[in-house]
Design a protein around this ligand. Structure first.
Ligand code: CTP
Ligand code: MG
Length: 364
């Protein structure tokens, strides 16, 4: 067989009830699109696969929006697989990869490895077990004897179709039918990311949000300014209600922005005399606590200070250290940059200092 014809069948006709939610799990949004769109994408785009068929429930017609052919499934998973294989038969493929829609993060590598191993045997992706496995009766099972079986599972098409038409045993995967009929299996390496989504917890993906902050304070006569929590001797100082640390203020606004929590003025009203001359470190500690409350993690913070003077470079590391300390992060997550505006505008004339910050936050 020089160029075998390979088809893929995606079974998506389940009720997806254990995951909860308003829609069946395969139609729920996951990392920006419905789970089923992820599950189909890698198979549809794979050059070795010539036909993809999705098996859906007749009750989910209205939910199906993919530009991929579909047919209807049955009561149990096995019924859906059998019906799907029968619908694929007109294309007379040599092999079929049977995949669960509930595994949306299948990679091209797994498909490559399966395709490379196709022959007379079934080809099944599997992972070893790292946890200790024990029965409820207290018997410990040697984990080295165990495999975690994934999909897609690949079979010679005519043979697996025949097995599904002949056998009505209850099985949670197709390899079980194959084994019962005395078939051999070649295992290829599965992937953790190819895990099956079953519960609402499985469906919860961390999302990354971005926030930006901007602040300006006026320069007036003085002897030092505070930037990024660091006191820098200077011929001027920054004027403001608090200590006027534009850098920390921009950082606070960036983090509040990523959290969708308004701005610094909402949390620390300038009208409140409590914040007169306040150390802006307090504001940063407040957003650090907000991050924790919302189960959010600050991934990275990038700050740009815009001024002609003072020179920022000699103080950059001290600022990064102080900011990291206030936020409880590693210094590698904090970037401080500076630029002049070539003498142009209010910063160029030395009338004030501006700061911008961009924060990326991941929310579990
Ligand atoms: N499946 C199917 N037809 C069925 C039952 C299940 O096509 N009658 C599919 C599911 O859509 C899923 C895969 O088989 O992609 C594995 O099933 P499972 O993870 O149990 O999904 P559901 O049966 O949909 O979920 P639940 O058991 O929580 O209702
Ligand atoms: Mg099920």
């Amino acid at each position: 067989m020089s160029q075998p014809k390979i088809a893929a069948l995606i079974v998506a006709a389940g009720s997806g009830t254990r995951a909860g939610g308003a829609l069946p799990k395969q139609y729920q949004q996951l990392a920006g699109k419905p789970m089923l769109a992820h599950s189909a994408q890698t198979l549809v785009n794979h050059p070795a696969i010539s036909n993809v068929l999705v098996v859906i429930s007749s009750e989910h017609e209205d939910l199906y929006t993919l530009d991929v052919p579909y047919s209807h499934g049955g009561k149990e998973r096995q019924d859906s697989v059998r019906l799907g294989l029968e619908a694929l038969a007109k294309h007379a493929p040599d092999y079929v990869l049977i995949h669960d829609a509930a595994r949306p993060f299948l990679s091209t590598t797994v498909i490559d490895n399966i395709v490379a191993a196709l022959g007379n045997d079934a080809v099944i992706p599997a992972l070893s077990v790292a946890d200790t496995i024990r029965t409820r009766d207290g018997a410990t099972i040697d984990r080295n004897t165990l495999l975690r079986i994934q999909t897609p599972q690949a079979f010679p098409f005519a043979k697996i179709l025949e097995l599904h038409q002949k056998n009505k045993i209850a099985a949670t995967d197709d390899a079980e039918l194959w084994l019962q009929a005395g078939g051999k299996i070649v295992y290829v390496e599965g992937e953790e990311r190819n895990r099956k989504m079953t519960t609402a917890e499985d469906m919860r993906m961390p999302i990354t949000k971005i926030g930006m902050g901007y602040d300006v304070h006026k320069l007036i006569d003085g002897d030092a300014i505070i930037l990024g929590g660091v006191k820098i001797p200077h011929t001027k100082k920054l004027e403001g209600h608090s200590d006027a640390d534009v850098v920390l203020h921009a950082i606070v606004d960036a983090i509040l922005g990523a959290l969708g929590e308004g701005d610094i003025g909402v949390h620390f009203p300038p009208s409140d005399t409590k914040w007169k001359g306040a150390d802006s470190a307090k504001f940063v500690e407040h957003v650090r606590d907000l991050l924790a409350q919302k189960h959010a993690t600050l991934n990275h913070l990038d700050v740009t200070i815009i001024c002609e003077a003072p020179k920022i470079t000699p103080h950059r590391e001290a600022m990064r250290t102080r900011i990291a300390q206030l936020l409880g992060t590693d210094i590698s997550a904090i970037s401080v940059k500076a630029t002049t505006t070539e003498g142009l505008g209010f910063t160029g004339r030395g009338e004030g200092i501006a700061a911008q910050a961009v924060a990326t936050v991941s929310i579990a």
